[in-house]
Design a protein around this ligand. Structure first.
Ligand SMILES: C[S@@+](CC[C@H](N)C(=O)[O-])C[C@H]1O[C@@H](n2cnc3c(N)ncnc32)[C@H](O)[C@@H]1O
Length: 221
């Protein structure tokens, strides 16, 4: 999740501040994880912040999924938020392609006391998912934007009827309504994904314009 929108106008910026000020703040552990991400990891702005984090926790509290999948762990912020929202019997599988992040991530899952509840898989989600013989109630898609169409095709078969997919960054800093540069494979990936979902009769969906846009998709029972 990134904050590219911050400087598009003072009012948007002020509203974002207001929203943050009136949303339950992150606790010490998440705030420290976010700080360490900024100090030690490249592209730290990818980390979910307190607003998105709180939303993920609450979505898990609302739908009470047994099995959750995340594509794109990064430093583990969103994984911790989701794992905290799921019931005792619930479990989260989270997949990260960058093996250099593993040593950073694991101690945070321990500190958060969530080692039992979260399984971290290091590898390419497109391959790892094929190896996990499981069906999910909720999938949080936050990996490589160019691969969204492939993630969608791969996971749609693995979602229980009535289950949900949350896809992050689907407004891509507003680029979805601009004329796409033919070389911009990121924007093209998002556009293709958004259209695939729109045309797929197996699902229904809504776009939440939070931050960079979050698409909530429900697989019809
Ligand atoms: C936007 S960050 C995820 C942020 C994290 N979910 C959060 O909210 O804090 C995207 C992550 O996806 C990872 N990624 C990209 N392509 C992937 C793939 N095919 N399989 C697994 N992880 C992937 C990247 O290495 C990166 O760490």
């Amino acid at each position: 999740m990134s904050n590219h929108n911050h400087h598009t106008g003072n009012k948007n910026f002020d509203l974002e501040k207001y929203i943050e000020a009136h949303t339950t703040p992150e606790d010490q552990l998440l705030s420290e994880l976010r700080r360490q991400t900024h100090l030690k990891v490249l592209r730290p702005r990818m980390v979910s912040g307190p607003i998105q984090g709180q939303l993920l926790t609450m979505i898990c509290q609302m739908i009470r999924p047994r099995a959750v999948l995340e594509i794109g762990t990064f430093t583990g912020y969103s994984a911790i938020c989701m794992a905290r929202g799921i019931d005792q019997e619930g479990h989260l599988d989270t997949i990260e392609r960058d093996d250099e992040l593993e040593d950073f991530i694991r101690p945070w899952f321990q500190k958060a006391n969530l080692e039992e509840k979260i399984t971290l898989h290091i590898g390419n989600a497109l391959q790892v998912i094929q190896q996990i013989d499981k069906k999910y109630d909720l999938v949080f898609m936050d990996g490589d934007k160019r691969e969204y169409p492939e993630y969608y095709e791969t996971i749609i078969e693995k979602i229980n009827p009535g289950g949900f997919i949350l896809a992050d960054n689907i407004l891509w800093n507003g680029k979805v309504i601009e004329e796409p540069d033919p070389g911009d494979t990121y924007t093209l990936g998002i556009l293709r994904f958004n259209n695939m979902v729109k045309e797929d009769h197996r699902v229904e969906q809504v776009i939440l314009p939070i931050r960079d846009g979050l698409m909530m998709i429900r697989v019809k029972p």
